[in-house]
Design a protein around this ligand. Structure first.
Ligand SMILES: Cc1cc2nc3c(=O)[nH]c(=O)nc-3n(C[C@H](O)[C@H](O)[C@H](O)COP(=O)(O)OP(=O)(O)OC[C@H]3O[C@@H](n4cnc5c(N)ncnc54)[C@H](O)[C@@H]3O)c2cc1C
Length: 577
């Protein structure tokens, strides 16, 4: 490192997706001096930009209220969520979310009478302003708002470690890609919002900069993790070209029509359609995966292709009016009204994550550290939930900072902790010269290969143990021989990739350990050696604590005050959640 820079803030926000932006905006409104660190570009990195549509929280009748709760608790989180949080979230989205964004200039698609256009489904969705473009539109407005308010943002700057002393978080260390400077930001409180769609498998909806850094930082800082094994998959992302693997043929309710997309096997038979097969779920990915597994078993689809999806049965005018995604067909020289797209599965968002208190968003066990959005282990995610989390975390962090200031909290500054983190990070930059070095990009690919081959949709003790052994070999044999070709400090992406390797290994190991421990199947988590949902024993937060360098586990049962599963135990392929 050529130099170390220091900065100071009341509240440091790490991450520039919906959760991070809202945390920063709310903390500033509460009077805190805020600084943001974003590994990619603010409002243009992470998965917030991919949001296609937003659930429209219509709870005007008891029936609609029940449908929304059932969707959120049963289909979206498989009962692994705090139901009181779900109620608070619903109220926030209904009363604040749409209005606030509209005030910032987001255009919710409206009809000629001025009403917001929603899908005609059990749990309706709305769009800004087409299905597939909502995240882009919203995040651009939020980016502009942060810049307009003059909040300092360090873009293309990668946070690497949290400064936690005596169980209290007081800042973070980061590497600025532009010039390789190590930046030590000391703060009274930190909001960690690095997202949940990480690029940990060969096919993933996670983008380049998403390497589970937040999970790794939290593990090293002494936070607990929950339900790390519950990872979602997308079933209808395009198989080709590879760089487009996170583009989606939406299986969700479509605006402007009562029809929904269809999935076809290689024999041309329809095997899934949301309106027919999962009418209560606006995000029917788990059901898609179950149906796809049966086609793979019949030899009529593969996980990496050989099955199709499309909108050929839908009125072309409706597609043109409401579907941003038809651009995919156009760019491939195909016709959305006639052609289907070949699909493949991708690893998607993590339902689990960091253990937190859903009232304050503070991480369990680490004072002054708030967690917002997909990174939390409390709820699957979504633009509305990420916004709510950021809103609460930013407000609470500002309040915490105010109290810490009053109490005269000591700064960690460039103390021992920061020095140790800088040494760890720069150690990777210097590590060259072994006889046959492994380039970081190659090690990353190997980690992804292990996760794709051993931790796909169908898992068993044998494959999970194989994943564990293979990851262990990568850590013991490849990591010590990792070397960089370029040692310069300007835009040294290879250096960041070496850091990514360490984060990815931490997160993958926690995922594998959780998968071995959870002895049932649920939601997207399918173990062929435990092919049933077991609500008697596993309707729990599976909590991991890594403070001793290896996981110790405990279980906490979820309360079910508003919605309970009907059966204590049912076959995985019979269940619909
Ligand atoms: C393909 C896809 C489709 C989706 N569709 C929908 C939808 O239709 N509707 C819906 O409601 N939701 C949808 N979601 C989910 C929704 O987008 C997410 O749940 C939500 O946006 C998460 O926001 P976030 O701020 O927590 O994380 P992200 O948006 O992922 O932001 C993470 C941020 O952290 C930064 N970061 C990462 N590591 C570091 C580091 N080390 N240092 C500093 N910064 C770091 C990244 O650069 C990024 O800015 C979709 C997600 C995907 C992937």
């Amino acid at each position: 490192v050529t130099r170390v820079e220091t900065a100071e803030a009341d509240v440091l926000v790490i991450g520039g997706g919906a959760a991070g932006v809202w945390a920063a905006l709310k903390a500033q409104e509460e009077g805190a001096r805020v600084t943001m660190i974003v590994k990619g570009v603010l409002g243009k990195s992470g998965c917030s930009i991919f949001a296609s549509h937003l659930p429209w929280y219509d709870e005007t009748t008891e029936e609609k209220k029940k449908a929304r709760l059932t969707y959120a608790i049963r289909y979206y989180n498989h009962y692994l969520t705090d139901q009181h949080y779900v109620i608070r979230l619903g109220q926030f989205v209904r009363e604040r979310f749409f209005g606030e964004l509209e005030r910032l200039g987001v255009y919710w698609r409206r009809d000629d009478a001025g009403n917001i256009v929603v899908s005609k489904s059990l749990v309706p969705v709305c769009v800004a302003h087409k299905q597939g473009s909502s995240g882009l539109v919203i995040m651009e407005r939020l980016r502009q708002e942060v810049l307009r308010r003059g909040i300092p943002v360090m873009e293309e700057t990668c946070a690497t470690g949290l400064l936690v002393e005596d169980g209290t978080c007081r800042g973070a260390v980061a590497v600025r890609l532009r010039d390789g400077a190590a930046v030590v930001v000391t703060s009274k409180a930190v909001v960690l919002a690095t997202g949940h769609a990480d690029y940990l498998s060969l096919r993933s909806t996670g983008t380049r900069e998403q390497s589970a850094d937040g999970i790794s930082m939290a593990m090293r800082a002494g936070c607990e993790l929950v339900n790390m094994e519950i990872c979602w998959f997308h079933a209808t992302d395009v198989s080709y070209p590879r760089a487009w693997m996170r583009l989606h043929v939406y299986p969700n309710p479509l605006v402007g029509t009562e029809e929904t997309s269809r999935m076809y096997n290689s024999a041309g038979e329809v095997f899934f359609e949301q309106k027919r097969d999962a009418p209560g779920s606006s995000a029917p990915y788990v059901q898609q995966m179950r149906r796809l597994a049966l086609q793979v078993e019949r030899g009529l689809a593969r996980w990496d292709g050989g099955y199709y999806s499309g909108y050929t049965h839908i009125d072309p005018e409706v597609l043109r009016a409401y579907q941003h995604q038809i651009g995919v067909w156009n760019k491939l020289g195909l016709d959305v009204t006639r052609d289907l797209l070949e699909c493949a599965i991708t690893w998607h968002m993590r339902q689990g994550g960091i253990h937190l208190d859903t009232r304050t968003m503070m991480a369990v066990g680490v004072e002054g550290l708030y967690v917002a959005g997909g990174l939390g282990g409390h709820y699957l995610g979504g633009l509305g939930p990420a916004t709510y989390d950021g809103w609460v975390a930013g407000t609470m962090a500002a309040e915490y900072a105010r109290r810490a200031k009053k109490a005269g909290a000591t700064q960690i500054g460039e103390g021992e902790l920061a020095k140790r983190e800088i040494m760890r990070v720069t150690g990777l930059l210097q590590k060259v010269g072994t006889e046959r070095p492994y380039w970081p990009a190659l090690v990353k690919r190997e980690i992804r290969r292990v996760m794709w081959e051993e931790m796909g949709f169908v898992k068993s003790e044998t494959s999970i143990r194989r994943a564990s052994e293979r990851l262990g070999r990568i850590r013991q044999e490849m990591v010590p021989r990792m070397g960089l070709r370029y040692l310069g400090d300007r835009w040294n992406f290879e250096w960041v990739e070496a850091l990514d390797v360490l984060s990815m290994l931490d997160a993958c190991e926690a995922t594998v350990c959780g998968a071995l421990e959870r002895k049932e199947s649920r939601g997207p988590f399918y173990r062929s050696d435990f092919p049933y949902v077991d609500n008697e024993n596993w309707l729990v937060k599976l909590i991991q604590d890594w403070r001793e360098g290896r996981p110790s586990f405990r279980k906490e049962y979820y309360e079910t005050p508003f919605l309970k599963p009907e059966r204590e135990r049912e076959g995985y392929f019979d269940a619909d959640y």
